[in-house]
Design a protein around this ligand. Structure first.
Ligand code: ZN
Ligand code: ZN
Ligand code: ZN
Length: 551
């Protein structure tokens, strides 16, 4: 995290320059020139962080805890006047109608803009929501007992496969789905996969042959008979499904289970989500709340025109990567340029060029070491002495309540949900976009099967229902004192719901489809910035349109 003191020290230069002038302002660009005249360690430091000078300044100037520290030290507030748009509309409560400056401008004012009664009220509300969401996750996500129960079942299945005559060597029984992502509740189904390394890359023909063999674990009827033998109840073999599974109930723990022998990628998907969850304490409660919300609001059914839980998880992760341009909550682990150390590729999935699961490349950093002191980040102990890990120092300190509310607002806008969403290529253009994606209501790219749209189940009607529900949530959380759980369950707001729903239905006909490639991904500029840095290009190439707010 960027130390607050460091930011305020850099702002001190701005403060001094501004306080010398009678109009109490300084142009940001003048200050940068000033810094550049002489070699300054500050400038060097700034340019190695974020994506250059402007990004750093914008971070400092817009970040509440930096602002408050500044106010405390200098007894002065400031506004950042960015461009003509802000002259018209003002910035955070400061009326800029009289301002005549066009450049990004640092202007001293004599009040603390974060201390207005309106801001205080918002802050209290979002902190209340944050407390609720953390508690909701702690109280309802898997308890120690159910983790024990789940391990009991996995051991039984492992023993069963091992003892069957056709047991392949080196097989593993793995959790996947919500048990692996740690987003399960005690009552969630248990998803289990038998993973066999040497058959992982087997072609379809081989798998089909194995499926038809009488005593192969790929044959669900064979698995079912084995499960019955060991005393499992309600055993049901579903051989014809795209992924054949066996359903059963373990009588000892009461857990409802799905077992299959063809979900090596399902295991990888879940593992990836879990890697993100482990980077920051806000991720788990955020995704858990989102899953709960979509379930309660009945927009979580890929058989009926809306989305699967997996699709919502990817949507949520994508949002967290892009919540704040200059300080994302989580990085893109598939394509991460660290400001600190970076792993050399050994002992990390990013380095395994031939790590192919079900014919798909599985490459991302699973080696992240969190180095910031942010209260939201989870420090992991070093894995091994001497091994270099990729360092991540996220410095977004927005509270979870604000993030949740901002997410609902973002997801209320059709142009955001209809952009091609990809956590694999977040911040970049998606290469080789299949033509059929342009006809889809929603596109969420699978992080490993790159031609797969996990939102392909979403119908136009479904999209409108999803938008209406997100609008309703944003409205109720912002305008009323309703708790999150009440918001999810209340029917009292149905009146405004149908009203919102009608609005949402009309919207698709008004929205222009993105005309050129550049608009397809709103966050690609970060990638361009990285390229510039790699090529040693200069940093001062932000244009105004890069600062179009994410929200
Ligand atoms: Zn930037
Ligand atoms: Zn002004
Ligand atoms: Zn790595």
């Amino acid at each position: 995290m960027l130390p607050v003191d460091y930011c305020v020290n850099v702002l001190e230069g701005l403060y001094e320059m501004a306080s010398w002038t009678s109009e109490r302002y300084v142009r940001l660009w003048d200050y940068e020139v000033e810094l550049k005249i002489e070699f300054s360690p500050e400038l060097e430091e700034i340019e190695s962080r974020c994506c250059g000078f402007n990004c750093f300044m914008y971070y400092c100037l817009r970040t509440e805890h930096v602002y408050n520290a500044f106010y405390e030290r200098f007894d002065h507030g400031f506004v950042l006047v960015e461009n003509e748009d802000f002259q018209r509309n003002g910035f955070d409560g400061h009326d800029c109608s009289g301002c005549r400056h066009k450049d990004p401008l640092f202007l001293l004012v004599n009040h603390n803009r974060f201390h207005s009664p309106e801001n205080q009220r918002k802050k209290m509300a979002s902190l209340r929501l944050e407390r609720e969401l953390f508690k909701f996750y702690d109280d309802n996500a898997m308890t120690q007992k159910t983790i024990r129960d789940r391990n009991i079942v996995i051991d039984k299945i492992h023993g069963m496969v091992e003892n069957s005559r056709s047991c392949p060597p080196n097989f593993k029984v793995e959790f996947f789905g919500s048990t692996r992502t740690r987003l399960a509740s005690d009552s969630s189904d248990l998803d289990l996969a038998i993973v066999i390394p040497q058959n992982i890359n087997a072609d379809r023909e081989t798998l089909k042959r194995l499926k038809d063999m009488r005593d192969s674990i790929y044959n669900m009827h064979f698995l079912a008979s084995k499960l019955r033998e060991m005393g499992m109840t309600n055993v049901e073999a579903i051989q014809g499904a795209r992924v054949p599974i066996c359903k059963f109930v373990d009588p000892e723990t009461g857990l409802h289970c799905d077992l299959n022998a063809a979900s090596a990628l399902g295991v990888e998907n879940s593992q990836l989500i879990d890697e993100y969850r482990k980077l920051d304490t806000r991720v788990g409660p955020f995704l858990y709340a989102l899953k709960y919300f979509v379930k309660q609001r009945d927009i979580n059914d890929n058989q009926r025109g809306t989305l699967s839980s997996y699709a919502y998880c990817l949507l949520g992760i994508y949002y967290l990567m892009n919540h704040d341009h200059d300080s994302p909550i989580i990085p893109n682990l598939h394509n991460f340029k660290s400001n600190g150390d970076e792993c050399p590729g050994y002992g990390c999935k990013i380095g395994i060029r031939n790590h192919v699961v079900e014919n798909q490349q599985v490459r991302y950093h699973d080696c992240i070491e969190v180095i910031s002191d942010s209260k939201y980040q989870i420090k992991k102990e070093k894995r091994r002495q001497g091994s270099v890990r990729t360092q991540w120092d996220g410095f977004c300190l927005d509270d979870l309540g604000k993030i949740m509310l901002d997410f609902f607002k973002w997801a209320s806008k059709i142009e955001n949900l209809t952009t091609h969403i990809s956590i694999r290529y977040s911040g970049m253009d998606i290469p080789n976009v299949p033509d059929k994606w342009f006809k889809k209501s929603m596109v969420i790219q699978d992080p490993f099967i790159l031609s797969k749209n996990v939102a392909s189940s979403c119908s136009e009607l479904g999209l409108n229902r999803i938008l209406a529900e997100f609008q309703r949530a944003a409205h109720l959380l912002e305008e009323t004192d309703m708790t999150f759980v009440d918001m999810c369950n209340s029917r009292s707001a149905l009146g405004s719901y149908s009203q919102l729903s009608r609005t949402a239905v009309e919207v698709p006909f008004r929205v222009d489809k993105p005309r050129n490639k550049k608009n397809k991904n709103r966050f690609r500029h970060r990638m361009q910035q990285n390229n510039n840095q790699n090529m040693g290009g200069n940093f001062n190439n932000h244009t105004n349109d890069e600062y179009i707010s994410f929200h």
